[in-house]
Design a protein around this ligand. Structure first.
Ligand SMILES: NC(=O)c1ccc[n+]([C@@H]2O[C@H](COP(=O)([O-])OP(=O)(O)OC[C@H]3O[C@@H](n4cnc5c(N)ncnc54)[C@H](O)[C@@H]3O)[C@@H](O)[C@H]2O)c1
Length: 333
């Protein structure tokens, strides 16, 4: 029987998850949508033939016809809704961040450990991106030797209304924080943030360079620039002892015109990571079918928020900041 899924939040991400789930994921059925904004929830419901809509997400979580939940509402709502899902014993794919502070993430971790079953997957979709998966396969083969430096670029076309200087790390670079932990199978021990002169087109400190020293020695360096103007662009190159492996940014075409040759960039992440979002949802649904779990765990959600919080401290103070994490529960090993 198909897993009956309810989506909380009918904005950019919720609508996209609803679309992918309805058209491209086997074994799942979108059955409910919640958003306090009536126009948005109705738009998503009618686009994908969903009959049950709720203004209050807790009613969706409590709906006995909903087996599993996607949380795609604003960051501060993640913790209360994820807790409600745990209380209801329902698996939940929670968009990043798991919660807005390490302490709040730990509350979720402890609750899940207490239940003794992995119910939370955090929406770090890059773990399913074919490029990053290929990079990890290349590193794990041992052919390149040990990883030394991971160069990352995270550029957006332009900032959105609620952008903050801290958000460049907590909302954008948090993806690189997670993918670096996953790729290198290591934890960052120290964060340094260097903020060059800001772009005149930015209302926040933009760009920023985040440097993470990993416990076993490699260094991760992330340029975050959310007012890059030309489009959404994510790059990564892993420098190893015997060679490098780089993401090959996708493009469906090369344009040649008036002495210029180049590729087209999308305006946001939905095109660049379309495969990753689809594969993430499919892996989630497949794992539910066998009572298992896929992707980033609640612990990974905690770790990413703990690292991002230390990096925000480094941005504010201008000083290198040690990253301290709670011991990882054996449950997540
Ligand atoms: N994984 C990724 O690549 C990625 C990309 C962008 C955003 N995100 C995350 O996804 C989440 C949603 O981001 P977005 O860009 O779709 O934002 P958005 O503003 O487009 O959509 C959020 C929606 O939530 C609704 N909402 C507000 N309060 C709510 C509540 N209490 N309960 C339910 N719904 C509520 C809003 O009306 C809106 O429709 C955020 O947590 C963001 O950090 C993840």
């Amino acid at each position: 029987m198909a897993v009956r899924v309810g989506v909380i939040g009918a904005g950019i991400m919720g609508a996209d998850h609803a679309r992918i789930l309805s058209g491209s994921v086997a074994g799942a059925e979108l059955v409910a949508v919640s958003d306090p904004d009536e126009a948005r929830r109705k738009a998503v419901a009618s686009a994908f033939g969903v009959e049950r809509t709720y203004s209050d997400a807790l009613d969706l979580i409590g709906d006995s016809g909903v087996d599993a939940v996607i949380i795609a509402s604003p960051d501060p709502t993640h913790k209360p809704y994820a807790l409600a899902c745990l209380d209801a014993g329902k698996p939940v794919l929670c968009e990043k961040p798991l919660a807005t502070s390490p302490a709040d993430c730990l509350d979720l971790v402890r609750r899940e450990v207490g239940i003794g079953r992995r119910l939370i997957q955090v929406g770090f979709m890059r773990r399913f991106d074919p490029g990053y998966v290929a990079m990890k396969t290349a590193l794990d083969s041992g052919d390149l030797g040990a990883a030394l430096i991971f160069h990352c670029v995270h550029r957006n076309k332009q900032e959105i209304g609620y952008t903050t200087s801290e958000g460049l790390i907590a909302n954008s670079a948090v993806h690189e924080i997670d993918i670096a932990r996953w790729l290198l199978e290591d934890e960052p021990s120290r964060a340094i943030v260097v903020a060059p002169k800001s772009s005149k087109l930015a209302s926040v400190r933009d760009p920023q360079i985040l440097i993470l020293e990993m416990a076993s020695g490699p260094v991760v360096e992330v340029e975050v620039f959310i007012n890059a103007q030309y489009g959404y662009d994510v790059r990564g190159e892993l420098v190893c002892e015997r060679g490098t492996v780089a993401l090959e940014p996708r493009s469906d075409m090369i344009v040649r015109r008036e002495g210029f040759e180049g590729v087209r960039h999308g305006t946001d992440w939905r095109g660049r990571f379309a495969d990753a979002y689809r594969l993430e949802l499919q892996a989630w649904i497949d794992a539910l079918g066998v009572g298992g779990a896929a992707g980033a765990s609640a612990w990974d959600g905690y770790a990413a928020t703990a690292v991002a919080t230390a990096a925000v401290e480094a941005l504010t103070s201008g000083a290198p900041t040690d990253i301290r994490m709670e011991p990882k529960p054996a449950f997540y090993s």
